[in-house]
Design a protein around this ligand. Structure first.
Ligand SMILES: Cc1cc2nc3c(=O)[nH]c(=O)nc-3n(C[C@H](O)[C@H](O)[C@H](O)COP(=O)(O)O)c2cc1C
Length: 366
């Protein structure tokens, strides 16, 4: 398999260096005209938008328009612009990414596994099948910087390609619920001003405080989605979810959002929270509040597929028509097809694509 030893997001450099100097590896040399046939007629549709292949890179590793444009040129037809906020937000200290080595026989990490609380080995051995830690804290530039750049990113999409902006609200000390909702609306308004054709709202990072996720409160997600939808009107809204272990909670999420027409799709899953330890059993990521980190890559594939299957079953049982974006551990064409078979309308790969810039072309060449 054609894998780069260097990821397009260089995990050995700081976030700031990646933002200013990236992307790296093959992404840095993405040809001007791209490898996509620009006369091709898009074969698929996603929320009514024509797409060549409903496959791309989810929120996170595409930091700015240089990254998203390189992704388009390498045949990733969906590129999510990294989650932005209504105001600048700092990144967690370096390092942010370590290689993670689950001890379970099938290499998977599933919510509820005792291993997640006992500790999983994390180090700098980036070997296949690859799982990584993701400890950034969802940094954001100031809107004055990201808005013009996002506009540029949207314009760089070729025929049958789609730039998906991601945003989230920020809970600051002393903020009440009304203020928190208003911050989501402000961020959504700023995204809509860039000419976005749709947007994704991240409810699956610890944005509610240390290790607390907004998506664990479906009623609040419903309130926020209603306020955001009032602001953005007909623009489709996708909600990014973490793995939700209980069926009751997932059903409430769908009932509070998609069933009320407030949300047109779900993207799932985000990372799985895991205690990370070094070879001596000590804390792997330095600093307070970093005993646990989100893990993504190969180890979370079964959990991602499980969420997509459950969302797909709910969709047909309730006669709803939301779209599902399947994310988690996709590293090969077979993984792409497994997600489509599970009910995903589109599929995305972060960790897999970071080390394999040919992944979209490999799926297309089948
Ligand atoms: C470097 C990196 C940064 C990420 N940042 C974000 C983010 O800002 N917002 C978000 O919704 N998800 C973020 N994610 C999570 C991914 O979108 C995705 O849900 C997760 O990595 C699982 O996919 P994977 O197994 O293909 O990596 C990030 C992932 C990576 C690898």
């Amino acid at each position: 398999m054609d894998r780069d030893s260097q990821s397009f997001y260089d995990v050995h450099r700081t976030y700031e260096d990646n933002y200013r100097q990236g992307p790296f590896g093959s992404f840095a040399q993405a040809p001007e005209t791209g490898v996509v046939d620009r006369s091709a007629r898009p074969q698929e549709r996603f929320l009514g938008i024509p797409l060549n292949l409903p496959f791309g890179i989810p929120a996170g590793p595409l930091l700015n328009s240089r990254f998203t444009t390189a992704a388009f040129r390498l045949g990733f037809d969906m590129a999510v612009y990294k989650t932005v906020r209504s105001h600048a937000w700092a990144c967690n200290p370096f390092p942010n990414v370590l290689a993670v080595h689950p001890a379970s026989p099938d290499g998977m990490l599933r919510p509820g596994d005792p291993e997640l609380d006992r500790g999983v080995l994390a180090d700098n051995r980036f070997t296949q099948p690859l799982s990584i830690s993701n400890s950034f804290g969802v940094p954001s530039r100031d809107p004055d910087e990201w808005q013009p750049d996002m506009r540029h990113a949207i314009e760089a999409a070729g025929p049958g390609q789609l730039l998906v902006p991601s945003f989230q609200g920020s809970r600051r000390t002393g903020m009440n619920t009304a203020g928190y909702i208003a911050d989501h609306v402000a961020a959504a308004r700023l995204v809509a001003e860039t000419g976005a054709r749709l947007m994704e709202m991240n409810t699956s990072c610890p944005n509610e405080g240390h290790n607390r996720l907004l998506c664990n409160d479906p009623a609040l997600v419903g309130e926020i989605a209603e306020a955001v939808k009032n602001e953005i009107g007909d623009l489709p809204l996708i909600v990014k979810l973490a793995y939700m272990p209980t069926q009751e909670e997932l059903e409430r999420m769908v009932a509070q959002t998609a069933a009320r027409g407030l949300v047109q799709g779900f993207a799932a899953i985000n990372t799985i929270s895991t205690k990370l330890v070094d070879a001596q059993g000590g804390q792997a990521l330095p600093g307070e509040g970093r005993e646990r980190s989100g893990v993504c890559g190969a180890a979370i594939r079964e959990s991602g597929l499980d969420m997509v299957r459950r969302l797909s079953a709910l969709r047909s049982d309730r006669h709803l028509d939301f779209v599902i974006v399947g994310v988690g551990g996709v590293a090969s064409p077979a993984d792409y097809h497994a997600y489509r078979d599970a009910g995903a309308d589109a599929v995305m790969s972060a960790t897999g694509a970071m080390w394999n810039p040919s992944l979209a072309r490999q799926i297309k060449s089948e």
